[in-house]
Design a protein around this ligand. Structure first.
Ligand SMILES: *[C@@H]1O[C@H](CO)[C@@H](O)[C@H](O)[C@H]1NC(C)=O
Length: 351
């Protein structure tokens, strides 16, 4: 009897500390629990599934189907804030944004106002194994985060390809954050797989990017925080994308990009440019002579290989004030000539 009593007591305390969120009102109670399950939930239009005031050590597990009502607004659809938080997804769960209700081919540049997806404001935390579908516009915003590890996240916006009008569906946007790891994720979208606008000590490894604009550092400059330092992009595949890898710094801006390595990157069927390093970015492509206020230092391109489609360009470099680059690529296939200017002294021109 004593044993049974103890067992019941134990079970009771475990259950007492578990919250299952099935409606938006439940989220307000999240701070009282350390074991949170997100079940089947329809998040009402114009509201954020917002988990805040969380205790350190809280586990949040997505177990059901999460959907969102339609409204023209900025979002985010989900926001999680805290320290020491573990966010996971259980097999069979899905977060389906049903983006086609917003898609109009204009993304974040006009037309229907589209909600951003997920604001992560996390320290000493992890996000793993989430299944995300059909982003309206930008995906994960990793801003003001420290020591955040993201692994095994699947983002699939492939149903928005071509005439279906999904645009600016960035996978991961990183800004003003440090010690960030993004590993073994799969992104099928229509914009950057990863875009780092600012931040330090960022690792992007073992990911597959398909259908979008490739892996980008930048654009850097003309924002609040304009320093990117210490980035390793390693062991990734970029396929069927307009670009492979890019570093873009903004014309007439100030800031810096330093200590950046791209290593073991496979490119498959890139339509525009395999490797781009440009210091004259201005909302779109290169715009004239670079200004050099955001110098690109200590850049290493090592074993970046694969193919660009014939109408494309293997390598585009157009920078000023660059220094200490190492460059070893094996990209073939592109035939279109594009600028090749500003390789620092000591680095042989590679395009
Ligand atoms: C080149 O970069 C340095 C910083 O490394 C900066 O002081 C200088 O102004 C830059 N030059 C130009 C032409 O912008």
């Amino acid at each position: 009897m004593l044993r049974l009593g103890t067992l019941l007591l134990l079970c009771g305390s475990v259950f007492a500390n578990e919250l299952t969120i099935n409606k938006i009102e439940d989220a307000a109670k999240a701070g009282q629990f350390t074991n949170i399950k997100i079940g089947n939930i329809q998040v009402p239009a114009g509201q954020t599934l917002h988990l805040k005031g969380l205790k350190a050590g809280t586990k949040i597990d997505f177990v059901g189907k999460v959907t969102f009502g339609f409204k023209q607004w900025e979002g985010p659809l989900i926001k999680i804030e805290g320290k020491g938080i573990t966010v996971t997804g259980s097999p069979g769960h899905v977060i389906d944004c049903d983006g086609k209700r917003w898609w109009d081919g204009k993304g974040g540049n006009g037309g229907t106002t589209k909600p951003k997806f997920f604001a992560a404001r996390l320290t000493d935390s992890s996000i793993s194994n989430l299944n995300v579908k059909n982003l309206p516009v930008h995906g994960f915003s990793i801003n003001s985060c420290q020591k955040l590890a993201i692994t095994g996240v699947n983002i699939d916006v492939s149903s928005g390809d071509y005439a279906n009008g999904a645009h600016n569906t960035d996978g991961f946007d990183v800004g003003s954050s440090s010690d960030i790891q993004i590993k073994n994720c799969n992104v099928k979208n229509q914009d950057d797989c990863l875009a780092i606008n600012s931040g330090k000590n960022i690792l992007f490894q073992g990911n597959t990017c398909s259908g979008g604009h490739g892996i980008s550092i930048g654009s850097v400059g003309a924002r609040k925080d304009n320093v990117v330092q210490g980035v390793i992009i390693k062991d990734n595949v970029v396929m069927k994308s307009t670009n492979g890898i890019r570093v873009k710094t903004v014309l007439n801006a100030v800031g810096s990009v330093s200590d950046v390595t791209f290593e073991n990157i496979k490119l498959v069927d890139i339509s525009k440019v395999g490797i781009t390093v440009q210091g004259n970015y201005l909302n779109g492509g290169p715009k004239g002579e670079p200004t050099g206020g955001v110098p690109i230092r200590d850049l290493t391109i090592k074993n970046v290989y694969g193919n660009v489609l014939p109408q494309g360009t293997n390598i585009l470099v157009w920078v000023k004030n660059a220094s200490n680059w190492k460059w070893d690529d094996k990209i073939t296939g592109g035939t279109k000539a594009r600028p090749c200017q500003g390789f620092p002294n000591g680095t042989p021109k590679k395009c």
